[in-house]
Design a binder for this molecule. Sequence first.
Ligand code: ZN
Ligand code: ZN
Length: 91
Amino acid sequence: MDYTCLMCNHLVEITQPCPNCGGEMSNLGLLQDFYDSYSPYLDQEIYEDNYKNYNHHYCVHLMKCDNCDTELFYPYKRLTEQQLHEFYINK
Ligand SMILES: [Zn+2]
Ligand SMILES: [Zn+2]
């Protein structure tokens, strides 16, 4: 079974208000893609704690505030082929 992340495929535009300043947060990409470059700043335990709560049904994106540089993890549920089909029908 294939799972598709709408965020990764740019099928949805997620806007998330910053918990710190209320500004708009941008989707930087996948958490795992950033982990290597972020590792000096990001504690491995934090990474694992955040990551182990989610399974392969979720794609964990990193959001960053354009205003104050606050970062947060944004898990987005992947869709099955059936759900993806329904997504297109309902669009
Ligand atoms: Zn994704
Ligand atoms: Zn902010």
